[in-house]
Structure formats: structure tokens, C-alpha cells
Design a protein around this ligand. Structure first.
Ligand SMILES: [Zn+2]
Length: 295
């Protein structure tokens, strides 16, 4: 008798960049990914996506972790810092180069914007030296859409999907799309739960998984918390850090934002009891598909 294949144990993650403190918008993503992992009896990992030092805010990484602890979002295992992972990224870059799947590009942003905003593969056959060049992936097998477990099938702008995107920047930094794929694979992440602002690059990341012959995770993109002007709450538009007083009211607010069943008499529950209840009640199908104005 053939034994049925045991499904992979669930591994989820929250991967903030330390470009500012945890605010209500990022708390939504943290709670959503946490509850989805816990409801699936899975692990929930934390990764600090600190590959962009110019955008980093001093002390933000440790304040984010402190906020997560304050809100009772306890993670599993060691925290992974992308700034410690350069060797792994370098290895994959070399691998892609040796397989002829990448090339150096010296085109300016202005030149690309003058075209249609998407890169026209100008340097693909030029064999340029690396000095002051960006490295681009050859998109030989573009991915035009993907199945989101909350939002259904999402298709991408074909021009975006087909673009030879940057995997190593000309300023010497590794590109987010490269690092996120390598690290999610390294950490064994089976499902990526993140904000809807990251829908767009997903097809590029899937294409990269395929180029590297890695297992593609599932995807869930959560609705964004918007300010009164309809913009995403973010560090750039001065979203307030989450307060470090009684965590329960804001947890309740976050659960309401995700349209989860009401927890009655939560005032009588401790923070951890409240999260336990929220895990039991967690219902992915109830989550709104659209971003919502917050305050
Ligand atoms: Zn170029």
C-alpha cells in the first residue's frame, strides 16, 4: 500500500524592513501572518529585511521586535537578518551568471523612463564589465500571474512580467526580489502572508524561483490600512508607531480590520488568551479583499 504523502509542515514568516517603527499597517500584516501560521499549527518566523542600509532607521529593528513581543506575537527560532546573508546572495548571483541567466546593465533610470518605463533589454548581448553596472535577470520564462489564496488569480502587466529586472543594484546592494526568494527558500517558508503592496513583484519572484529550481510558496496578500487620502499607512507618510500600553484594544482593532469574528468580553481575557481565541476563530475567507481607511 502506498502511504499518502504527508503535507509539508506549515512555515510562515513576518519580514519587516527596519526603515521605521511598527505601525498599525505593519501590525495588521504581523497579526495576519501570525494567526494564519498558528491556525495551521505552523511555525512563525521573523526575518529582518535589512539589505538597504541607506533606508534604515537606527534602532528600528530592535523596536519592531519589542513591539511584536509587546503585542504577544511570539516567534519561533532564531531571527534571520538579511544583512548576514550576503554570501548566500553572492553565491546565487554567481550561479545565475555562470548559467548565462544574468547580465550587466549600465542604462540610466532616465533612459528607461523615456522608453515606456520598462527596461528594453538594451544591454542583454553587450557583455559589459561589472564596474558601476547593475545586474539583471534574463526573463526567459516570464510568469504572467499567480493564484493568491485570498484574492484568487491575479494577473500581472505583461510588460512588467517580461522585464529583465534588477537582481543586484549598481550601488552594490542586493535587490529585494533576489534576497526575498533566497531567504524564504532557505527558511523553508511554505506560505508568504504579506501586504497587498507586494502583489506586483510576486510574478518576478515566482519566475526567479523557477529559474533557480526552488519550490514556490503559497501566497496571501492582506488588505492595506489606508490613511484618509487613500494612501497606504507607511513610514514615508508618517504613520504613528503602535503604542506600548495595554495591547488588547489595538489587537481587537486589528482583528476587526481583518473582519474576524468578534471576541466577546475580551476585557476579561489576558493578551495571550485573546490571541489564542483569535487563532481558534481565524477565518481567512472573512478577510476583506480591499484596503480600508484607518481612522
Ligand atoms: Zn542596460
Amino acid at each position: 500500500m502506498i502511504k499518502p504523502e504527508r503535507p509539508l509542515a506549515y512555515i510562515g514568516r513576518f519580514a519587516p524592513s527596519p526603515s521605521g517603527d511598527l505601525h498599525f499597517g505593519s501590525l495588521i500584516t504581523a497579526i495576519g501572518s501570525y494567526l494564519q501560521a498558528r491556525a495551521n499549527q505552523g511555525k512563525w518566523l521573523i526575518r529582518i529585511d535589512d539589505i538597504d542600509p541607506p533606508r534604515e532607521v537606527a534602532g528600528a529593528a530592535s523596536r519592531i521586535l519589542q513591539s511584536l513581543e509587546h503585542y504577544g506575537l511570539h516567534w519561533d527560532g532564531e531571527i534571520l537578518y538579511q544583512s548576514q546573508r550576503y554570501e548566500a546572495y553572492r553565491y546565487v548571483l554567481n550561479q545565475l551568471q555562470q548559467q548565462g541567466l544574468s547580465y550587466n546593465c549600465i542604462c540610466t533610470r532616465q533612459r528607461i523612463q523615456q522608453a515606456n518605463g520598462f527596461y528594453d533589454k538594451n544591454c542583454r548581448e553587450s557583455n559589459l564589465p561589472l564596474n558601476h553596472a547593475a545586474i539583471r535577470l534574463k526573463q526567459n520564462n516570464p510568469v504572467y500571474g499567480f493564484e493568491d489564496k485570498l484574492l484568487g488569480y491575479l494577473s500581472a502587466d505583461p510588460a512588467m512580467a517580461e522585464e529583465d529586472f534588477i537582481i543586484h543594484r549598481r550601488d552594490g546592494l542586493f535587490a529585494y526580489n533576489l534576497a526575498v526568494v533566497i531567504d524564504d527558500d532557505y527558511q523553508g517558508v511554505t506560505e508568504v502572508v504579506r501586504g497587498a503592496d507586494l502583489i506586483e513583484p510576486t510574478v518576478r519572484q515566482i519566475a526567479l524561483y523557477q529559474q533557480l529550481n526552488l519550490k514556490i510558496p503559497d501566497y496571501i496578500h492582506l488588505p492595506l490600512a489606508l490613511n484618509k487620502n487613500g494612501n497606504k499607512l507607511s513610514k514615508q507618510n508618517h504613520a504613528q508607531p503602535v503604542p506600548l500600553d495595554d495591547p488588547r484594544p489595538l489587537l481587537i482593532e486589528a482583528l476587526a480590520f481583518l473582519n474576524q469574528p468578534v471576541i466577546k468580553n475580551w476585557q476579561d481575557l489576558s493578551r495571550d488568551q485573546l490571541l489564542k481565541k483569535a487563532t481558534t476563530h481565524w477565518d481567512l475567507d472573512r478577510i476583506p479583499r480591499q484596503g480600508k481607511i484607518y481612522k
